[in-house]
Write a protein that binds this ligand. Sequence first.
Ligand code: T1G
Length: 692
Amino acid sequence: MSANYEVKGSIAVITLNNPPVNGLGYATRAGIFDGLKKALAKRAVKAIVITGAGRAFSGGADIKEFNTPKTTLEPNLHTVIATIEAADKPVIAAVHSVAMGGGLELALACHYRVASPGAQIALPEVKLGLLPGAGGTQRLPRVVGVETALNMIVSGNPVPSEKLAGTKLFDQMIEGDLMTGAIAFAEKVAAVRPLPKVRDIKVDYPNHEAFFQFARNTVGAMSKNFPAPLKCVDCVAASASMKFDDGLKFERENFLALMQTTESKALRHFFFGERAASKIPDVPDDTPKRPIKSAAIIGAGTMGGGIAMNFANAGIPVKVLEMKQEALDKGLATVRRNYENTMKKGKLTQQKFDERMGLITGTLSYDDIKDADIVIEAVFEEMGVKEKVFNKLDQVMKPGAILASNTSTLDLNKIASFTKRPQDVIGTHFFSPANVMKLLEIVRGEKTAKDVLATTMTLSKKIKKTGVVSGVCDGFIGNRMIEQYSRQAGFLLEEGCLPEQVDKAIEKFGFAMGPFRMGDMAGNDIGWAIRKRRYVERPDMKYSKTADLLCEMGRYGQKTGAGWYDYKPGDRKPYLSQLVNDMIIKHSTDIKVRRRKISDQEIVERLVYSMVNEAARILEEGIAQRASDIDMVYLTGYGFPLHRGGPMFYADTVGLPNVVTAMKKYAKGRHGEFWKPAPLLTKLARKGKTFN
Ligand code: T1G
C-alpha cells in the first residue's frame, strides 16, 4: 500500500507515501481507504489526520494511470472522497508543500484543513486539458468564493497557502511542526458535532449569470483550440446554480468528456514529454554535476545578449566578451532595452532590473573570463571563426570549464577537435530570441563527458529552458526537420501556391507562423547561405529556386523592408507583394511546371509529413533519444500547435498507415524521391504501431 497508518493517542494518522509527489494512484487510494476503515472501526480513535510524506501533501491523481483501467479501479478517488466526507469522526487534512488537483480535492472533502505556510495550492487540471474531476469545481467556490475559485481553476496556477489563510479553505495555519499542530487541532475538534462539510456551504453569489456570461466571453476568447477552460467556467457556474450533487454530476460528465479529447491527451503528452526529455539513458540522475556559479558569453550580438540574459535571470553572474568596444556597448544596450521593455509592461520590478543588469558585465579581454564555469560562444556561424574562438578558449579557460557552442548546424565534433579537451565541449543551441524561446538543444559530441552533459541538462532547468539532447548531425533535430519543411514549401510555390495561401493554411492548422512569414522574420538570407552549401555538398537534394530568386532581389525579409511580403516602415504586418507573386508564377512557366489549384489539406500534409519523415530518420539514427523529445523541440522551439501535441504525436493521432498512404500519393508527383519513407516509419505503420 502507498499510505502508512498509525495511531497517536486517540488520533489516527494516515500518511500518503507514493514518491515523488504522492500521486493518488490505485495503491495510494487503497492505502488511504484501508486506513479510513481501520480508524472508523476503532472506538479509541476520536479523529483522523491525513497528510503526505516527503515533498508533497499530494500532487493529485496519478496522471500516468489516465486512460488505463487503474484510474477507475475501486477504491477510485470518488469513493475515497465520499468515505472521508461521510465519516462519523472528524477527518483533518494536514497540508504542506503541494496540494494540487485530486490532492486538494481530497483535502476539500475533509471536515477540517490545516496547512503550513508556503504550500502550493492549485487545481491545475486545465493545464492537462481537463477540469477538476473530484468535486473541486463544486467545493472550492464554497470555501474561497466564486471569483477566486474561478481564477484558480481556469488558470490552473498555484496560490501560496498563506494567501488563502483567511478563507474557509484552511481552519488554521500551522507555523511550527505541521504534525504536532495537526494532532493538537484534531484533539480540539474531536468531539465537535455536527461535522462541518464543505458541501453544506451555500454559494452566495447574486447575479451570477451575468458574471459567468462575462467569464465565458473572456475565457472563450483566450482558449482557442482548447475546450477545457470554458468547461471549467460552466462547472464553477454550476456550483452557484445547481444543488451540490447535481453540480457534482455535471462536473463528472464534463471531466470524462474532456479526458477523451485529443487536446487533453496532447497536453498530458507535453507534461510527461518535458520531464522525459531531461532523462539521458546512459547518464544516471546521480551523475556528479560541475558547479555553475559564473558564466561567460563570447559575442554580444542578438544571440549572445539573449543568452546572457538567461543567466542573469537565473541569478548567475555572466561576462559578455566582444572584440570591439562599440559592438560590446551596442550589445549591452540591447540587453538593457529588453529589460526596460519588460519593466514597462509591468513584468519586471526596478529592483529585479537592477539586480539582473548588475549580473551582466562586458569585457574585451579573454583574461577576464578565464575563471568562468561555463563559456558559450555565440559568434558568426562559420567554422573558421569557431576554430579561432575555441583555440583561444582552450588556452585561456580554467581546467574543468565547460566550453559550449551555440552553433545551429555546424559539426560539434569538429569544433571540439579545436581544443585539447573535447570532453568539456558541448553544444547549447538556443533559439532566437534566446531570452524568450524555451527550447535548448543540448548537442552531445562523441567525446562530450557524461558529467558535462548532466551539468548542462541541470543548467537548462535552472535557466528555465526545455533541454533536449541531440546527437551531432547537420541541423541537429529542429533545423534538420525544418529544412525538409522549407523544401516542400518551395515546391508548393512552383506547383500552384502563393506564399499567403501556404502561410494561411498552416497557420489555420495551428502553427504560430507559416514558412514565408517565418522566413521574412528570421531573414531569408539564412536559408540562402545553407542552400548554397547544400548545392555543393548535396547536389542530390532538390530545392525550389524561388527562394534564391527572392534573395537575388535583395528581399531578405523584414530586415530589408521586403521579403516574400512587402512591409511598411515600423510595421511588421506583411502585405501581399505582386512583384513576388509574379516572380513565382513566371518561374513556374520558366521551369515548365503547370500550376494547379492545391488544397489546404495537401499543403498541411506535405509540410507536416515532410518533417515527420525526417524525424523518423533522426530517431532511427539515434540523433534524438525518443519521439517525445522531437515533439518537445517543435512545441517549444518552432511554434507547432500545442493542442496537436507535436509532429510525432500528431502523426500518431492521424495514424502512421494514413501518413504513409499520403506520402505515397505525393511521391507520384514532382520530386517523388523526396517522399521515400524512412524505414522506421514504414515498419511502425506496417505493424500498426506509433512513435510515442
Ligand atoms: N501524476 C503522476 N506523476 C506526477 C504527477 C502526477 N499528478 N505530478 C508529478 N509527477 C511526476 C513527474 O512526472 C516527475 O516524474 C516527478 O513527479 C516530479 O515532478 C481528479 C484528474 C507536483 C508541482 O497536474 O505540477 O488530479 O520525471 O519534476 O518540479 O481532479 O509535478 O521524476 O519520473 O514536476 O517538484 C493534477 C502536476 C492531476 C500536478 C511538482 N495535478 N504536477 O513539481 O517535480 S489531474 C497536476 C506538477 C487530477 C483530479 C484530476 C508538479 C509538482 P519523473 P516534477 P516538481
